[in-house]
Design a protein around this ligand. Structure first.
Ligand code: ADP
Length: 162
């Protein structure tokens, strides 16, 4: 039992969606402290730069007191080592997520045997939601307002090329 348990929810969050916020809310009830760790991956094409993803996530989780937003580059296991965490939160939407998530959880545990990955299921209304789908709907001029936090909606509406 560890009362100072830090849970880390890593992801690219490009952009944050209501599905992500649902998972973060659930994690904040279970764990005393949750760090949303946004990946800084130079080889991946992002719609929003890291600073904007961090800012959107901070604003979207302001109502949750035990949440901190941070970013990292490189391997998750090294980041966990740095902050002294060993619990990873991931969201599981459907069977399609399972294989990749299973592989990653086991690889992380192989890299550091202390690491435990905890999977949380979102409310069923978010099980079909993904950042890439939001981007696609936005580019094709569809209404995506109900799928993302208000700050993300505003930011996407103001984005050139969307
Ligand atoms: P990554 O690039 O690491 O997959 P994402 O930002 O796409 O990052 O997702 C971060 C985590 O959130 C992953 O565990 C993913 O399965 C989960 N996730 C994404 N969308 C949803 C959703 N609608 N409901 C629940 N979990 C989700």
């Amino acid at each position: 039992m560890n009362n100072n348990l830090i849970a880390v929810y890593p992801g690219s969050f490009d952009p944050p969606t209501n599905g992500h916020i649902d998972i973060i809310s659930r994690a904040s009830i279970i764990f005393p402290k949750v760090i949303v760790a946004i990946t800084h991956n130079q080889s991946k094409e992002h719609l929003f730069p890291l600073e904007e993803r961090v800012e959107m996530m901070k604003k979207s989780t302001r109502h949750l007191k035990n949440i901190k937003v941070d970013s990292f580059s490189g391997l998750l296991v090294n980041y966990l080592d740095k902050i002294g965490g060993f619990v990873v939160i991931r969201g599981l939407r459907a069977l399609a997520d399972f294989e990749y998530e299973f592989q990653m959880a086991l690889m992380n545990r192989t890299l550091n045997k202390k690491i435990e990955t905890v999977f949380l299921m979102p409310d069923q209304e978010y099980t079909f939601l993904s950042s890439s789908m939001i981007k696609e709907i936005a580019i094709l001029n569809g209404d995506f307002k109900k799928f993302v936090p208000p700050v993300v909606y505003k930011k996407m509406k103001n984005k050139k090329g969307i």
